[in-house]
Design a protein around this ligand. Structure first.
Ligand code: ZN
Length: 501
């Protein structure tokens, strides 16, 4: 078994913090040429040929690589220490599963399988069956110091598997399901996720709105970790042999070959940055819009790196427990100004909406999404002035933060220091809007202050890399919520569990 990184089941970041440079050093020429082509297609007005653009990009990619080589992790001005690998929440893991001292928890199973190419010749397939989610344990994991950051070890963990548990002084080698080798995947039902993602999952899923927990054949209700373990393992689809990283188990086709209606987890291609090791952002890139814009405005060399990092979606690897401050770069753009709106004639029906009292407006907003709300606010000057004014936008966004689509903005209990970090940021935002709120004198938390600028803060959280990653993880947790709902309603999609004897 070779070395490899594991990535968290929820955020798809390896505990080493994820990639440390944009691309592999040997790919600079190839990648620059590829980007140049895309840039030209996007901006044919650039007065440059592909070779010229490629050499500009190559210089910046070389500089990025040089910068990352010495420190191991990228430096971003004003954002040092914000990388996922710099934070225990994302670089420590919990391991959800079964731990039997010295013995294997799985059972071999022999299955008669139909051969799709030859109906008359079914063949036997051997695979493991796993224990059910009853009595699943949750253990903290660490990456041992001085080792390559590619193995998880359970802290003082017992032996997991006689065949694949590699004993060490620290504990036992363990792997999660998003592993490199199916051989490992097939034989280990345990699930690994970063400690903060585990807390987010249990806090952000609205369990009260789900069907009641499943009851095992022996009459016991499963714990939430036990259910998570069953959700992951009952959706597994194996592919034979050893192959590169592949989330094939999330493809969700049943053994009978019918496509299941349940959705799979969409990591928005962050997971494909894992190629044995999760070292480069290369596969996470989406387009060239930022770098094309930067080149067009004359930026060169090291000044191009921030735009490149935007296009390579490096923000998806930022720690999630740091909230934006009004003093940060770019936040000044958020200050709401009526005067920036162009004069547009306002048709009569909009005026009627404009005249409605706040209570009625809020009921309407409840029925629409945030983008629809913002689109509505941009239809004309008077609506914009009304909807984005503090007495309409702030209560509306506060409502969304506490009850709806923006709940990810608040700190999650259990994640160390999130409360402090969020409240510190909130105090800054209160001062920014001229509130007299003082943390020492106030009876209430800063988020509860009637002056808190929820609208501005929510917009800043959408822009700031750390909270943007937080929102991304919220989106994945909401996908797990759907899986959880369907699991409680319909049970296992694939039965891979040891039967009661
Ligand atoms: Zn995670």
């Amino acid at each position: 078994m070779g070395c490899h990184d594991e990535i968290c089941l929820v955020c798809a970041i390896s505990p080493a913090g994820g990639p440390h440079s944009l691309i592999h050093h040997s790919n600079v020429a190839q990648e620059s040429a590829k980007l140049a082509e895309e840039i030209l297609a996007l901006r044919p007005d650039l007065q440059m040929d592909a070779t010229g653009i490629a050499s500009i990009v190559a210089v910046a990619l070389e500089l990025d690589w040089d910068e990352c080589r010495d420190v191991g992790l990228p430096k971003i001005e004003g954002a040092e220490g914000l990388w996922a690998g710099h934070w225990d929440g994302l670089s420590r893991a919990v391991l959800v599963g079964h731990w039997n001292e010295g013995e294997c928890v799985n059972e071999w199973e022999e299955l008669l399988v139909d051969d799709p190419d030859d109906e008359d010749s079914p063949y036997y397939e051997h695979r493991f069956r796993f224990p059910t989610g009853l009595d699943v344990a949750v253990l903290p994991g660490v990456i041992p110091e001085g080792c390559e950051p590619c193995f998880y070890f359970a802290e003082k963990g017992p032996t997991f598997d006689a065949n694949y548990g590699q004993k060490s002084t620290l504990g036992t080698f363990l792997t999660n399901y998003i592993g490199v080798y199916n051989k490992v995947m097939e034989e280990n039902p345990n699930v690994t996720l970063s400690t903060c993602c585990f807390d987010y999952l249990l806090h952000w899923i609205d369990f009260e709105r789900l069907p009641p927990p499943r009851i095992s054949p022996s009459g016991n209700a499963l714990s939430l970790p036990g259910e998570l373990y069953e959700i992951v393992n009952s959706r597994l689809k194996h592919k034979g042999g050893v192959q590169p990283v592949d989330l094939c188990f999330l493809e969700l086709t049943s053994p009978r070959g019918t496509v299941d209606s349940l959705p799979c987890i969409n990591y928005d291609d962050i997971d494909i940055t894992l190629d044995q090791y999760q070292s480069h952002f290369e596969c996470a890139r989406r387009g060239v819009e930022n770098v094309a814009q930067a080149i067009s405005s004359g930026l060169r060399g090291v000044d191009l790196i921030p735009a490149l990092r935007q296009d390579y979606r490096c923000w998806a690897f930022m720690r999630t427990d740091i909230w934006p401050l009004p003093s940060m770069a770019g936040m000044d753009k958020l200050v709401y100004t009526v005067h920036s709106m162009k004069e547009t004639p306002s048709p009569q029906p909009k005026r009627q909406l404009d005249d409605l009292p706040n209570d009625i407006l809020f009921e309407i907003f409840d029925q629409i999404s945030i983008p629809s709300f913002l689109a509505l606010a941009s239809t004309c000057r008077s609506l914009r002035a009304r909807l984005l004014s503090p007495d309409v936008a702030d209560p509306y966004f506060k409502h969304l933060v506490y009850t709806g689509q923006l709940r990810w903005i608040l700190p999650v209990p259990g994640v160390p220091e999130e409360d402090e970090h969020a409240e510190d940021a909130a105090v800054h935002w209160l001062a920014h809007v001229g509130s007299s709120y003082s943390k020492d004198e106030a009876d209430t938390a800063p988020f509860d202050s009637p002056d808190f600028p929820y609208y501005q803060f929510a917009r800043a959280c959408h822009l700031w890399d750390c909270t943007r990653n937080r929102r991304r993880i919220w989106g994945i947790v909401k996908q797990f919520e759907v899986l959880w709902h369907n699991y409680r309603l319909h049970g296992w999609e694939v039965d891979r569990f040891i039967r009661d004897k």
